[in-house]
Design a protein around this ligand. Structure first.
Ligand code: CTP
Length: 403
């Protein structure tokens, strides 16, 4: 962490969780940040301008069209001042504005004007959160590089239980400081990460694929890069984008293509993390033209794809290389994962159990158990995939130190 004061612009919108923003200001300030608050008019229904001003020790920005106090345009100068923009709580309304580029108040204008990293902490009723409009907006923001501080499960102000509870101020503070805090433990190291699904073509318009979003692998690539590693990300088809300019991305479609790229890259890296959901089977022949519909039955003949992890685990360039694989299991989880560790000659297996609520494909959260070659088994908790990525990378760092 640089010794300079971290400039935080904290956007607050109109949700009951706005009361938690007061503790958030306090925690951020206690860690040495300078906080300037931008509050929407609705936020001020829940917390007063005076409280925000007193805690942040700065004026509160509310109206971009107010008479200028200084001869600069406030939302632009604030956008440039910010090292980071945190919006907590972020209502469904502000997320919709952000995702669509609407700039009709101080906060939404600032959002467009800043180039600082952005952290959004959604807080709302569970049905509003799961509504396709909100989910699409979150996905749009995610692919544009916003860090979504995934809401927690719990009791909501509307009286029900479910997802939609804003992350606690401690958790938000930790994540933001961690983002800026890296002491680059992997400086000088190289890492290979695979992510996303593979698409195995049947004919020019159809394929066999799976529901992997790529988020887990992308989060690991970001975290490795943040820790100073030079990262090679080999990604199957996904709409995700990488944030860190230190990540070299290669896009592939099929398991065979992924294998070929990985084989070349693995020879020069210190860490390999195979997070991709590679199809185990691929059509034996790809029809050159679109298969036409007929009354006859159709049978697809599939052949086995190369198991990339097995190949890399057994063909390491040196003994120091750390090879990490994933295991997605629905039964006999631990036994199957241990078997994979052995068969694929991996150092660490990250076990995902689909039995856990909130874990696995298409989820923004994950719950994993880490199993390593030395016989250690570490059970995790349900966390956002970014936090799980942080845990996995820190486990890899500790494991490698002992190699
Ligand atoms: N993997 C791989 N190449 C494949 C299939 C899987 O590199 N062709 C890797 C995945 O990236 C993951 C690990 O192997 O790190 C485990 O994948 P998983 O689907 O859980 O297991 P499989 O080995 O495919 O076994 P099964 O589907 O029978 O559980």
């Amino acid at each position: 962490m640089s010794k300079q004061t971290l400039h935080v612009v904290l956007g607050i919108t109109g949700g009951i969780a706005a009361y938690k923003s007061l503790s958030l200001i306090r925690l951020l300030s206690q860690r040495g940040a300078e906080v300037k608050v931008v509050a929407t008019p609705n936020a001020l229904q829940f917390v007063t301008e005076l409280s925000l001003q007193t805690l942040s020790q700065n004026k509160v920005y509310t109206d971009p069209f107010k008479k200028l106090e200084h001869f600069d345009i406030e939302h632009i100068s604030l956008a440039e001042w910010a090292d980071v923009l945190i919006v907590a709580p972020a209502t469904a309304n502000i997320l919709a504005k952000f995702a669509n580029g609407i700039a009709d108040d101080a906060l939404s204008t600032l959002f467009l004007a800043t180039t600082a990293p952005i952290f959004l902490a959604p807080a709302m009723n569970k049905n509003m959160l799961s509504h396709p409009a909100t989910q699409n907006n979150l996905q749009t923001l995610r692919t544009r590089g916003c860090h979504i501080l995934e809401s927690n499960y719990g009791h909501l102000a509307c009286g029900t239980d479910g997802a939609g509870r804003m992350q606690e101020p401690e958790q938000i503070t930790e994540t933001v400081f961690h983002y800026f805090d890296s002491d680059k433990k992997l400086a000088g190291k190289k890492a290979l990460v695979t992510a996303g699904p593979t698409y195995e073509p049947i004919d020019p318009v159809r394929f066999i694929g799976n529901h992997s979003s790529g988020l887990m692998g992308f989060s690991i690539a970001e975290e490795l890069s943040r820790q100073g590693a030079e990262v090679f990300l080999v990604a199957g088809p996904t709409s995700l984008t990488v944030q860190n300019i230190g990540i070299n991305r290669t896009n592939v479609q099929t398991g065979q293509q992924m294998f070929e790229v990985c084989k070349k890259l693995a020879a020069q890296v210190d860490i390999v993390v195979m997070a991709a959901a590679v199809a185990d089977y691929t059509p034996e022949v790809v029809a050159p033209e679109k298969i036409k519909k007929s009354d006859a039955k159709i049978q697809l003949s599939l052949k086995k794809n190369m198991d990339i992890l097995t190949y890399l685990g057994h063909n390491r360039p040196n003994e120091e290389q750390c090879v990490v694989g994933f295991a997605l299991e629905t039964e006999n989880e631990l036994e199957n994962a241990k078997q994979k560790l052995k068969n694929k000659n991996a150092d660490i297996i990250v076990l995902n159990s689909l039995k856990n609520h909130g874990a696995g494909f298409q989820c923004k959260t994950n719950l994993v158990t880490l199993i390593d070659k030395r016989g250690n088994i570490t059970e995790g908790e349900l966390k956002s995939k970014q936090e799980v990525a942080r845990d996995i990378v820190s486990y890899i760092i500790d494991y490698q130190i002992k190699k």
